[in-house]
Design a binder for this molecule. Sequence first.
Ligand SMILES: Nc1ncnc2c1ncn2[C@@H]1O[C@H](COP(=O)(O)OP(=O)(O)OP(=O)(O)O)[C@@H](O)[C@H]1O
Length: 679
Amino acid sequence: MSLSDPITVLSGVGAKRAEGLEALGIKTVGDVLFYFPFRYDDLQERDLESAVDGEKITIKGTVVADPVVSRFGPRKTRVNIRLRVENVVVMVTFFNQPWLKDKFHADQQAAVYGKWEASRASMVGMRVLATQDEDSPSLAAIYPLSQSVHQKFLVGLIKEAFEKYGDQIESVVPAAIRTHFRLLEDKQLVAWMHFPETPQQAQLARRSAIFREFFLFEAKLQMIKHRDTAPAAGLSIPFDNERLKSFISTLSFELTNAQKRVVNEICADMRSERHMNRLLQGDVGSGKTIVAAICMYAAVTANFQAALMVPTEVLAEQHYQKLHKLFEPLPVHVSILTSSAKPAGRRAILADLASGETDIIIGTHALIQKDVNFANLGLAIIDEQHRFGVGQREILRSKGLKPDVLAMTATPIPRTLAITAYGEMDVSTIDELPAGRKPVQTTWVHKNEFGRVADQIKSEAHTGGQTFVITPLIAESEKVDLQNAESVFADLKQRLGANVSVALLHGQMKTEEKEDIMTAFSAGKIDVLVSTTVIEVGVDVPNATMMVILDADRFGLAQLHQLRGRVGRGSKAARCILVADPSTDTGISRMDVMTSTNDGFVVAQKDLELRGQGDIFGAKQSGMPDFRLGDPVGDFNILDAAQRSASELFTLDPDLNQADNQALRRALSATAVAAAGLN
Ligand SMILES: Nc1ncnc2c1ncn2[C@@H]1O[C@H](COP(=O)(O)OP(=O)(O)OP(=O)(O)O)[C@@H](O)[C@H]1O
């Protein structure tokens, strides 16, 4: 008998029910015990005096008269029950449950739970409670359900599982840590999560369960980290330092101190036999690309290949052009692979890669297709890594003999939160912009001032500056995005006159078309580029001095910061104009944040605050792992404590040999990495 027994060992679970439960992620007895409620209904009777409008409460009283069912609209019904509670008559309405009529009879006692409307002394009923049953719990756990799995059935199942298997639940958080943070043992935690007698019990159980969830996640990350950093777990890349230095001395600019520092950190990792799993963070325009180029060259001097994977074709092409030029004087063969490569060309690219003819390859996720083979991949770099899952990172890694991995991101996750998403990685940060950069001046104007903005774009063009105009984002439909872009393009052309050259760029264009336009814009042949957000990440045109973002309030802060980062990348002063009539407070706050700071870390922090608790889970692109109970922002203190505890524990006992850590060891090996949310 163990918690991994299939759920079908419990009463009433046949094949069909098992299927329904599986859809909820419940396959074993252990799964159902750890299938937690998302809220509790307070079934303890309340006096009306203390109830606030909109609160969900339980009331008990005498039914005044037999209820009647009334119908309204097609198929809609309402049962009205008048209930005398002390000396108030409360009207309780149940919608669309006509059968409830038979549950209430004049002069009988009744108890209902529902939403209180203070001004009308009425209630929208949510459930009918038994009045006699003294044993019924005062807090009822409410679970996420599905069509085939109902509340009552699930509660019964959990009760049975707990009675039969409760003693099998062992605590995975070691006792010393539990004591230190005053957390419940797992058996108690499970009991109080499902059947609390008081709100305090429910609260304590929840806190313990969140800690447990975070702790398991962090422990798994620590386990990967220790696996990867064990001596001889990785590849040693004995690069030629002299060649590297002379390459750096040929660059057209001096590296910033921060760039030098991170190059040293990365190169030290590459030389060591430990596996490198490092994150390179740096604000927009801080110069990550050249750092990547230097490290890739280092790998090449040791006769290894290097790959750079980027999220878009536009970016792949841009990096390819740059690196190709950079390495032209050297015997370094740079190649590019995207999904738009023609079959014959693709075959040749793959052959060169497999034979070792190619030293450096740039590509989109075309690089992780099955038929892509490397001769000896030593370094895999992943740009804008939040767009790729950990799984994709692992696939690229699997294409070499444990190649070192460097992930680069310009989307700064606040330092504090980075530990959750990148806990298994070492972090290098470029915290300095190249000398001579001037902060981008950001202003916010209303839509009716667009005429003036157009005038500014015109005068910018006359003085040799180039402008990006980003058209509104309507996430639901690319077609509408395109229509928008086209109409903005037509409008601007007319306003700016024949002397200003305007071009349009959007996601549905052919790759070659996009490339041609980007090349022309980079070369200064186009003054104004009207674009959808395809240029959002990574595009580098140092001569661009003005960024205009239409309907800016529709974009998230991180995205606005990314877009703004496309200008101010050279020594010229640059401006960003946000055009928006925000209709919500969040929209207004976004405009305020953007006009008050240029610092990506501050923007990221504000972004999380504005998003608020709850919908962070929707923010997949921010690279945050998905937790079932805990919220990395709202429960940050717990997360922080769990991370520290896990890291300390692995420092002291990396192989989990101590007696106290055996349950944790079993939990980690049972579910292994698959269950760590490391999708
Ligand atoms: N040390 C330096 N001194 C002067 N210019 C630099 C330096 N390092 C990089 N640059 C230039 O700064 C610009 C931005 O660099 P890069 O494209 O590498 O930024 P990034 O960190 O990748 O930014 P993003 O994330 O916004 O794409 C480039 O034109 C690059 O040539």
